[in-house]
Design a protein around this ligand. Sequence first.
Ligand SMILES: Cc1cc2nc3c(=O)[nH]c(=O)nc-3n(C[C@H](O)[C@H](O)[C@H](O)COP(=O)(O)OP(=O)(O)OC[C@H]3O[C@@H](n4cnc5c(N)ncnc54)[C@H](O)[C@@H]3O)c2cc1C
Ligand code: FES
Length: 279
Amino acid sequence: MPEEDAVFAVKRDVRGRVAENVPAGRGFFRMRLLAPELAGAFRPGQFFQLRPRPVREAPFLRRPFAPSSHEPDGFSFFYAVVGKGTRLLAELPAGTAVDILAPLGNAYSRPPAGGAALLIGGGAGAPGLVPLAEQLRSGGVRTILALGARTAEAIPRHPGFASVPDRLLVATDDGGRGFRGTVLAAIRDDRDNLLRQAPRLYACGPVPMLAAAAELAAERGLACEVSLEERMACGFGACLGCVAPILDAGGGNSLRRICRDGPVFDASRVDWGALAARR
Ligand SMILES: Cc1cc2nc3c(=O)[nH]c(=O)nc-3n(C[C@H](O)[C@H](O)[C@H](O)COP(=O)(O)OP(=O)(O)OC[C@H]3O[C@@H](n4cnc5c(N)ncnc54)[C@H](O)[C@@H]3O)c2cc1C
Ligand code: FES
């Protein structure tokens, strides 16, 4: 289950610098950040909060993102341009200073060597699964990555999608690449029976996709962890701006902070109906 109680690197407030910021798929950019203090400091599932310097529009809250690769002098991430903050990010030239608060949140759990895992990614959530795929494979876990997107062009261009997992399955809504339909429909349809091969699921992407992964895992009695990428403010548990309904043992639910108690949760403990109703 998610690594809630593990000892993680202490979060740090670091001044980094943009090394590269380039288009990387329709609606996506990839940013490489130089931040040697944070190199290797993340576990897959954790995230960082970022804000460019100087802050041009105050109050400008930091925005959360998940690293998509580790580099010796920092890390990269992919981002979808959806609003004010990400539009601003897309304009940043190389050399811009950025405040980075990291690492934040818990991490995906590590299954024992010799097992297999199916990673399910949708939209902007997919690139952050590549470091998880790397960690799992280096730990002797066979890794299958299933990607879903609206069209082929809307798949973020991460080279690790093809090179890191043992197997890649792609689904697009319009059938422009791979299976025609949702990624969950592709998994259910797969003739090689991915689910029999991979008794553990990890998912990151839009809430309907996560809820469908949780439903599939419950039907088949499989373990499933999901990363909830909801809106955030502080990012470290102080403002209660990011709560999600999580079921407790008695069947009731309590609001838990995604930034501090998550973002990774056991899918069977998320109250999906209540979460959808809050949006
Ligand atoms: C742990 C975590 C990791 C994340 N990793 C990534 C990543 O690697 N790449 C990436 O592209 N995005 C990621 N996100 C989402 C990203 O933080 C938001 O898209 C971003 O903050 C939007 O900022 P904005 O100012 O451009 O949008 P805003 O102007 O704040 O909002 C624009 C629109 O986007 C919607 N929106 C904003 N944030 C979210 C969200 N989190 N989920 C769904 N809708 C949202 C708003 O409701 C609004 O409709 C992550 C979020 C979390 C919590
Ligand atoms: S964003 Fe402030 S408590 Fe989570």
